[in-house]
Design a protein around this ligand. Sequence first.
Ligand code: SDX
Length: 428
Amino acid sequence: MSGTTGKKAVLTLNDKNIELPIYSGTLGPDVIDVKDVLAQDYFTFDPGFMATSSCESKITFIDGDKGVLLHRGYPIAQLAEKADYLEVCYLLLNGELPTAAQKKEFDALVMNHTMVHDQLRKFFEGFRRDAHPMAVMCGVVGALSAFYHDGLDVADPKHREITAIRLIAKIPTIAAMSYKYTVGQPFMYPRNDLDYAENFLHMMFATPADRDYKVNPILAKAMDRIFTLHADHEQNASTSTVRMAGSTGANPYACIAAGIAALWGPAHGGANEAVLKMLDEIGTIENVAPFMEKVKTKEVKLMGFGHRVYKNFDPRAKVMKQTCDEVLEALGINDPQLALAMELEKIALSDPYFIERKLYPNVDFYSGIILKAIGIPTSMFTVIFALARTVGWISHWLEMHSAPYKIARPRQLYTGPAQRDFVAVDKR
Ligand code: SDX
């Protein structure tokens, strides 16, 4: 524990004053170490972990009230504008931005691990062609354990390091394969001569029949920025899932597969797909007002709005909106769904229902519109999120393994039946 203050909280339990240590971090609220309540035969109670710090971390800081997001101290807007995604990967993994030489070496290392074991292709054949790509991702990434499990000692820093590179490098290849499989096109091999985002779009949209396929640089830049905006986000549900799975000593491929599964939910990473479905259902601007009434009566949620932590603008949403405008203008696309989204945002930001609940657009509100402009099908939106978040998951997994840790094992408030004796069925 590197944060300490010497301050104490005093809790009165069973007519006794219990002193609980308070720790301070670099930024954000102090934390109260509550483990001593156990000695007084108490558990703490915090469903959904609204007020619980699960760990100490140096990777990402979020101030929800001010709409601040820092990766190793750097504001997300600066990283999105000035760094590329692999630079952000290096920063998240190592704590510092790479020098020019370090970046060159890191980029080459990642790009040289983009191929997957050719036998992995057979795992795809077990899925129906109309399988949701997230189902394919959960299965195939988990299956990587079968290829690397024996060669992986989670206690060995060298094994952990190469695994991080393998996952960051191979996740775009597997994501593109998940798409190609569902559309019945042949898999495209990665190309080491392309940069990370360009290579991904190449594997997604090139075909063996089109030898001259070139990725539009505007789309490659937008894709790279979308990866950066999704790279990490503190102890969100999927990252906490990865940490919890990792705390059992499970291999990282299994942990990342668990993170992918957790991200899939519409309350989390599945929201970007849900936003496009919502915009499709609303259809026209005339239908916005009646839709908003259904939101207020809680019949539906305004997908892409609200956040557990941000009670102000999600800083990623601001950059995403700016990127959305740039891409659509550069491509000369006039997407009516963008106008619809802007009308929804305008109404929500001026309506007391949303203002009272501090509901603002989050990272998922505009991302789908850009992904659609890039040509990514809606079913692949959460796959893109999982691809980009893999570096965040792995960074937290590495951080957990870099210091002593205990298996995550929460307790409960039990309200079930008290102990009772079994009665044979003919006596009940
Ligand atoms: C991500 O945690 C992370 O960091 C996640 C993420 C990341 O990068 O990892 O940022 C990615 O998951 C972004 C969030 C994407 N999800 C959505 O856009 C789905 C829609 N949003 C909601 O489901 C909701 O806002 C959550 C799940 C995101 C947050 O849920 P909370 O904190 O549990 O919010 P809450 O339910 O306590 O909301 C408070 C009030 C409630 O109303 P009251 O009971 O006070 O009357 O706001 C309402 C909620 O009903 N509310 C919404 C709403 N979100 C909350 N009402 C309508 N539409 C919404 N979207």
